[in-house]
Design a protein around this ligand. Structure first.
Ligand SMILES: Nc1nc2c(c(=O)[nH]1)N[C@H]1C(S)=C(S)[C@@H](COP(=O)(O)OP(=O)(O)OC[C@H]3O[C@@H](n4cnc5c(=O)[nH]c(N)nc54)[C@H](O)[C@@H]3O)O[C@H]1N2
Ligand SMILES: Nc1nc2c(c(=O)[nH]1)N[C@H]1C(S)=C(S)[C@@H](COP(=O)(O)OP(=O)(O)OC[C@H]3O[C@@H](n4cnc5c(=O)[nH]c(N)nc54)[C@H](O)[C@@H]3O)O[C@H]1N2
Ligand code: SF4
Ligand SMILES: [Mo]
Length: 678
């Protein structure tokens, strides 16, 4: 008999699509979208369909593995009993040797958005003070920027874009990275809204826009200042909003009068006419919204850039009104489910910023043990060479994952994690706030276990060897743990008494659909802050003035931009042959003029190199980006399986610590040179 189960794609993606999974005799036959899902209306992306291929992929790790020497590929299949005993012994011996657990480190992120995986943090919390890698590789910079401006992070619901008459998509490529949102964008466009895209790359989203501005990477703050200047010059300001609800306008206005539009055009690459046209559109069409993408904050001055972009909404009074505001990100829905603890700046451990592997290798007491879950730092963090070297030096590295990732290849133990279809979970969307239950559709393959089950069994082992060492519950089934976890705020909020009541229900956390209607801003001044004292306290200019952005140097004159492909999700989905086929061989997109200069032709192998490393990628001639910028897909490797991030050094952005405990990472700060390999 065929049975259909409700599942949820738990990827770090705005949609959290509901899936219908058809199972026959214990095997998944098909996956499709759920037409009743209010956000997706039954559509899922190529990655959603590829889950089926990945579950049964021969690349999946099905048994615990132990590597005799890290990076050697000399794997031995071991029993869970052996793996968890040896890991427990190591934890206890660290405690005995050091008298504390600071040499134990956790690096965890959003490989899955499912709540059950929070058991990993709870397990480590239960043992006492450890070392935790905190912050996010993703959105921290922009979170702080908006926190400084507004005093809190809030955003409108996705469908509020339907009320917008003008939508500026600034540094995001939703056609690929948030495809469902395009439905609202197209609908708004059909109703007459103008869609404007600001991006250094002519993306699939740009292709559907009414107006596209090709901006120099990192110069978004300058463009915003130029626009603000024109808004001031042409009196396209909302004086009522500015007077009553903002702080620091006179300082900001004075500064804007000094802004030189000629300089702005030089830095941004956007003509004076373009700046005037854009400012007039944004200043006159109401309501207007700006979707601030993550792309524009992954740069050295990303925080100030986002503050400057956001200030345009305050200047034009597009705050607290339907169809207005800016869309970025809010952690608000997670206040109902317990947040992912790594975001928590007040995390009560010795903390180190995520991605800071060079520093991780120098701590005192040193790191003796590292647990990595839901992350692939040897592929996704900057300077992967250092990441790998650090992993090599740590006496015991444990990776819980479904495949042998670049990080797993540098582990001592790899513990096989169950796929989304193999355990029950709850997923809450950070974008549309939908709350969905994920049913267990099939038995775990091989000896795979959920993160919860792994932590529970490790806790059992610890209790056996040293009672009281871990306080993580060993007597609760996953469902009982989940029930307890969600009971506190969440059940009351949704009017339920058990999460299983969510099966077949389509509910969302009730957050305000249009923020700031009350004009109450929890900043020190109680107003929207153009001038931020707190910014000054962080060593950044109080007004949203960006620092100068970088350009290449003679040896490495070309900027490498890593953007996302529709065919993978960060480093995931490499084990889908179909998606890999769609994406083709790892590619470097090069402008034809640059290709000519370097005698490179379509399909040639090209060596891309800088001080950090080198890669060989296939050249694709492409006019979508300026001549001195080359583009590759983030999360991809080269033809020899070297990671793209081997070329990207570790450099921090200006903000991120306030909300997440660690500054953001400047992935766009990467300059390279090229040579044709033939
Ligand atoms: N298919 C797919 N979807 C995904 C992901 C994925 O890997 N694949 N990842 C998920 C995750 S973790 C995230 S964070 C989101 C990211 O989603 P997005 O923010 O949409 O994706 P990015 O590719 O990081 O950057 C978006 C755009 O920013 C542009 N950009 C780069 N630098 C600058 C700049 O200085 N200024 C401006 N204005 N634009 C710039 C890039 O050219 C790119 O087109 O997507 C999520 N969804
Ligand atoms: N060059 C460049 N680098 C970037 C970016 C960029 O734009 N350019 N973007 C950055 C951004 S925005 C992000 S969010 C990061 C993402 O970087 P990471 O956080 O490292 O994300 P993934 O590559 O998706 O790795 C997540 C891992 O979790 C595993 N996983 C999936 N489900 C589970 C589960 O249930 N349990 C466990 N234990 N593991 C599971 C997956 O198999 C995968 O190996 O990359 C950053 N790196
Ligand atoms: S990756 Fe995103 S859009 Fe694709 S199926 Fe998963 S949640 Fe949906
Ligand atoms: Mo991300």
């Amino acid at each position: 008999m065929t049975k259909v189960y409700d599942n949820v794609c738990p990827a770090d993606c705005p949609a959290s699509c509901r899936l219908l999974t058809e199972v026959y005799e214990g095997r998944i036959m098909s996956i499709k979208g759920d037409k009743q899902d209010p956000y997706t209306q039954g559509r899922i992306c190529a990655k959603g369909y590829a889950h089926l291929e990945r579950v049964y992929s021969s690349d999946r790790v099905l048994y615990p593995l132990k590597q005799r020497r890290k990076g050697s590929g000399d794997w031995e299949r071991v029993t869970w009993e052996q793996a968890l005993t040896e890991i427990a012994e190591k934890l206890i011996s660290i405690d005995e040797e050091y008298g504390n657990l600071l040499p134990v480190c956790l690096d965890k992120y959003l490989g899955t958005m499912g709540i059950l995986s929070q058991s990993v943090e709870d397990f480590f919390d239960s043992m006492g003070k450890i070392t935790a890698m905190i912050g996010t590789p993703c959105e921290a910079t922009g979170m702080d920027a908006l926190m400084l401006n507004y005093g809190a992070n809030k955003k409108p619901v996705p469908e509020d874009m339907l009320n917008s008459k003008l939508i500026i998509i600034w540094g995001s490529n939703p056609a690929w990275t948030a495809p469902h949102q395009m439905r609202y964008i197209f609908e708004a466009q059909e109703q007459g809204a103008q869609i404007i895209v600001i991006d250094p790359v002519f993306t699939a989203t740009a292709a559907r826009s009414n107006l596209y501005f090709q901006i120099r990477p990192g110069s978004d703050g300058e463009l915003a200042l130029g626009l603000a200047k024109v808004l001031l010059e042409e009196d396209l300001l909302d004086h009522d909003f500015i007077t009553n609800y903002t702080h620091g306008w006179s300082e900001y206005r004075n500064y804007l009068t000094t802004v030189d539009l000629k300089y702005i055009t030089e830095v941004t690459g956007i003509s004076i006419d373009g700046i005037y046209a854009l400012a007039r559109l944004y200043g006159t069409i109401k309501p207007a919204t700006i979707w601030i993408g993550f792309g524009s904050q992954r740069t050295l001055n990303g925080g100030q850039n986002i503050r400057a972009i956001d200030s345009l909404a305050a200047l034009t009074g597009n705050i607290g009104r339907e169809g207005g505001n800016v869309h970025y990100l809010t952690y608000e829905p997670w206040t109902y489910t317990g947040t992912f603890k790594g975001f928590n700046k007040d995390y009560n451990h010795r903390t180190i910023g995520t991605g800071r592997f060079a520093e991780l290798g120098t701590l005192d007491p040193p790191i003796e043990f590292l647990w990595i879950a839901g992350r692939n730092p040897a592929a996704q963090d900057p300077d992967t060479t250092t990441v790998k070297q650090t992993l090599k030096k740590i006496p015991m590295v444990v990776v819980a994952d479904q495949v042998l990732t670049a990080t797993a290849l540098m582990a001592d133990y790899v513990l096989p994690v169950a796929s989304l279809f193999e355990f029950e979970d709850i997923v809450i969307s950070f974008w549309h706030y939908g709350v969905a239950m994920n049913e267990q559709a099939i038995a775990p393959l091989g000896e795979c276990k959920s993160d919860y089950q792994i932590m529970r069994e490790l806790s059992l082992n610890l209790q056996r060897f040293k009672p009281g060492f871990s306080h993580f519950p060993t007597n609760l089934e996953a469902s009982e743990w989940l029930d307890q976890k969600l009971q506190a705020q969440f059940y009351g909020e949704l009017g339920i008494t058990h999460y299983r009541e969510l099966r077949d229900r389509y509910v969302r956390v009730n957050l305000s659909s249009v923020p700031w209607q009350d004009h109450q801003f929890p900043t020190p001044s109680g107003k929207y802050e153009f001038f931020s004292q707190r910014s000054l306290e962080r060593g950044i200019l109080p007004l949203p003035i960006p620092g100068t952005s970088l350009t290449g140097i003679e040896s490495y004159p070309f900027r490498l931009l890593s953007v996302r492909s529709y065919a993978n999700l960060n480093s995931q989905f490499r084990n889908s042959k179909r998606l890999q086929h769609l994406d083709g061989r790892p590619t470097l997109f090069i402008h034809p003029k640059l290709a000519k200069l370097k005698a490179i032709e379509e399909g040639d192998n090209v060596k891309v190199y800088n001080l950090f490393g080198e890669l060989v990628l296939r050249a694709a001639l492409h006019q979508g980006q300026p001549c001195d910028i080359v583009v590759a897909y983030a999360g991809r490797t080269d033809t020899n399986l070297e990671e793209l991030n081997t070329l990207i050094g570790m450099s921090e952005t200006d903000l991120g610590e306030m909300t997440t405990g660690s500054k953001g990472m400047s992935f766009t700060n990467c300059f390279v040179n090229l040579v044709r390999m033939g």
